[in-house]
Write a protein that binds this ligand. Structure first.
Ligand SMILES: Cc1cc2nc3c(=O)[nH]c(=O)nc-3n(C[C@H](O)[C@H](O)[C@H](O)COP(=O)(O)OP(=O)(O)OC[C@H]3O[C@@H](n4cnc5c(N)ncnc54)[C@H](O)[C@@H]3O)c2cc1C
Length: 402
């Protein structure tokens, strides 16, 4: 293996989780860290495209709830170190049918979890929500809560902050270099790209929707990942006089889709007063992430604009723009994320850490830290047991809604 570049840690994927891992590993000093991304950093072609993500502390599952609370001071540290405001506490409003089970959670159980975790919230009826925020036509049985510390995360600001810190701490960042193989053995991992071969003591796979391209060749099965090309719809406000929170509407699924919608108020970090809405439809899974078209399903856009016509009179239902984002979710919604080492999946699997899938942006500072700890220390004190890796025996058929 002489003549090839060697590192203590190679991170595959320079999205937010990969960059966060590189930052946490490199800031310790004494470790040579390389990050490889097939497209380049801050690309808009992966799971982190777009301007914003929902920041929330509340979770139905208390172990994940504890992780979001542990992540909050890490966001504050990231903001302090880079002088950028990344979390905007605009409020997080969940409303709808309080007993509907979704991949995002369950309103009634989450309120109980907030009671147990001593996190404050305000309970609101459909009429309260209409009166305060201007929604119309909400079914009378809808209820929900406002959690004031939730809001929006500045996605591009976060990526820029993590890129800056990783670089300042000496991580080597290489874009436009695709990893073709990451083969572990007892002593480390050999990484082959479309340009070179490398050797590392440890590798972190943070390559999102394409993780199975590197895991399947190990021969021990694939992770049960489903990739969805999600629509995002930008709309103009007719009336911007009311300050609104991030909102998420929980409704019973229809025969065709999960019937869930969410929306952001205008970004405080941009000059536009446009709003962005999305349907949270986990339907029509892609056979492979490379099948993404960048064009949203017109029916999904129409479902969003119909929701606006029915319930949001302060918004013009004619879109000013549409885009997509590649969401990757575990087949088993109760696990929420894949995070752990590949020990048991392949010989030398203890030398590979994997962090992929789920609504993970809010946990980026913590997941990067966990990945760095698993790789460099061989363990972590954070409770990530629920997310441990276990492969699916065979790949599930794409296109099945859950
Ligand atoms: C519509 C939508 C809404 C969402 N809403 C929320 C939300 O409100 N709150 C929340 O917390 N999360 C949310 N998420 C999820 C969140 O955006 C993702 O969890 C997060 O962005 C994933 O980051 P990542 O670093 O794991 O992956 P990515 O950002 O996908 O990065 C993976 C990187 O790996 C690179 N790569 C892939 N394969 C290779 C290879 N072979 N070699 C080299 N590089 C490779 C890619 O180029 C890419 O840059 C949402 C996602 C979507 C799509």
């Amino acid at each position: 293996m002489s003549g090839i570049e060697t590192y203590d840690l190679i991170v595959v994927g320079g999205g937010p989780i990969g960059l966060s891992t590189a930052w946490h590993a490199a800031r310790r000093g004494g470790h040579r860290v390389l990050v490889l991304d097939q497209y380049g950093f801050l690309n808009e072609r992966s799971g982190s495209s777009g301007a914003e993500r929902h920041w929330r502390v509340q979770y139905t599952q208390k172990d994940i709830f504890a992780l979001t609370l542990q992540t909050r001071p890490m966001w504050a540290e990231l903001e302090r170190l880079t002088g950028r405001k990344l979390i905007h506490e605009l409020g997080s409003l969940w409303f709808g049918d309080v007993e509907v089970e979704t991949n995002e959670g369950h309103i009634a159980d989450t309120a109980r979890a907030m009671d147990e975790m001593s996190v404050a919230y305000e309970w609101l009826t459909a009429r309260d929500i209409e009166k305060r925020y201007g929604f119309t036509g909400l079914p009378g049985h809808f209820e929900g809560f406002l959690q004031r510390n939730g809001g929006a995360i500045d996605v591009r600001g976060t990526l820029a902050a993590l890129f800056q810190l990783s670089q300042e701490h000496g991580a080597v960042l290489r874009g436009n270099e695709a990893v073709l193989e990451a083969t572990p053995d007892r002593d480390g991992v050999t990484v082959r790209t479309d340009r070179a071969a490398y050797r590392a003591a440890k590798v972190v796979l943070a390559n999102g929707s394409q993780a199975n391209d590197l895991i399947t060749p190990w021969g021990g099965g694939a992770l049960d990942l489903h990739a969805y090309e999600m629509a995002l719809v930008t709309l103009r406000q007719r009336d911007a006089s009311v300050q609104r929170p991030f909102w998420f509407a929980f409704q019973k699924p229809t025969e065709e889709d999960t019937n869930l919608f969410y929306g952001f108020p205008p970004n405080p970090w941009s000059t536009s007063d446009e709003v962005r809405l999305g349907p949270d439809f986990e339907v029509n899974a892609l056979e492979h992430a490379s099948r993404a078209t960048g064009v949203p399903d017109p029916r999904h856009v129409e479902r969003v604009t119909d929701w606006v016509r029915a319930h949001m009179p302060w918004v013009d239902p004619e879109p000013t723009g549409t885009s997509t984002c590649l969401a990757v979710l575990p087949g088993d919604p109760s696990r929420q994320f894949y995070l752990g080492t590949a020990a048991g999946l392949v010989d030398g699997g203890e030398n590979v850490v994997v962090s992929v899938a789920g609504w993970a942006f809010k946990l980026v500072p913590l997941f990067g830290r966990v990945c760095a700890e698993l790789a460099l220390d061989g363990g972590t004190s954070y409770d990530i047991a629920r997310h441990a890796l276990s492969p699916a025996p065979a790949r599930p058929a794409p296109g099945t809604a859950r």
